[in-house]
Design a protein around this ligand. Structure first.
Ligand code: DGL
Length: 263
């Protein structure tokens, strides 16, 4: 039997979670929701993000899912309590999952402005170990640039340098990619970050949390790994279709949803 999972993000950031999930197991059906009409979330205030989280969790209630993967750090940081209370099914999140695998005393975090403002990452890491030093850096323009087609590599390189410079002046040992869009530009970031700093992609920790709870039944199968994924978006369907081709190399139906009306 397949487990039915919901994944959501403001856009394509959740692809990092989707790919990590599908490379670890095939016994899943996935409902992927991209809230492209309201992307980016990271520059919104916490109240707006909490309202969006209510609408998203109400929508997922109708989808009969066994668990939710919160593939958006910003919503994770501002509205985890609300998602968990509203859905009453297991909700696996990036930030709690990654906080358990920190292995050094000096951590850098790259994240959206809203995630940094919430200090959710910092608090959860420090609650586990108050001696760990945590340095946060917001990256206000990254998400919009990563969502662009075609991607402007020159601009992304420039921004990577700009956002990383203050963090690299600290003596960090690990760097958390605290926005699910950032693992999509891992290669660019890796070039700018010295090799003695470990880069942590929270989507792997999140997948491990899920797999510890629902043990995978891995089967060989020759079908395309995205066959059991249904895609939904709140807007920009044509653009999203291009992004599926560009990032996942698939061409699939996307269903338009109106969360505001349905909520
Ligand atoms: N990818 C999301 C995150 O992990 C949302 C980014 C955004 O929309 O600004 O924070």
């Amino acid at each position: 039997m397949k487990i039915r999972l919901g994944i959501f993000d403001s856009g394509i950031g959740g692809f990092s979670v989707l790919n990590s999930l599908l490379s670890s197991r095939t016994d899943v059906e996935v409902i992927y929701l991209a809230d492209l009409a309201r992307n980016p979330y990271g520059e919104k205030d916490s109240e707006e993000i909490r309202n969006i989280a209510i609408q998203i969790s109400d929508w997922f209630k109708e989808k009969d899912i066994d668990a939710l993967l919160i593939a958006c750090n910003t919503t994770n940081a501002c509205a985890l309590d609300l998602l968990q209370n509203n859905l009453k099914i297991p909700c696996f999140d990036l930030i709690t999952s990654v906080s358990k695998i920190i292995s050094s005393n000096s951590i850098g975090i790259l994240a959206t402005t809203a995630t940094v403002k919430s200090s959710f990452y910092k608090n959860i890491i420090k609650n586990r170990n108050p001696d760990i030093q945590v340095f946060q850096q917001s990256c206000p323009q990254f998400v919009s640039e990563i969502e662009k087609i075609p991607i402007n590599f020159e601009k992304i390189n420039f921004l990577a340098d700009l956002y990383l410079r203050p963090l690299l002046k600290k003596n960090i040992r690990e760097l958390i990619l605290g926005c699910s869009h950032y693992p999509l530009i891992y290669q660019i970031l890796r070039k700018t970050i010295p090799s003695n700093i470990k880069i942590i992609d929270p989507s792997i920790a999140l997948t491990n949390s899920l797999n510890n709870h629902f043990h995978p039944v891995k089967k060989n199968n020759n079908s395309n790994k995205y066959d059991n994924v249904e895609f939904f978006a709140t807007g920009k369907i044509d653009e999203f279709s291009l992004k599926l081709t560009n990032w996942l190399e698939i061409n699939k139906k996307i269903t338009l949803v109106n969360l505001r009306r349905e909520a």
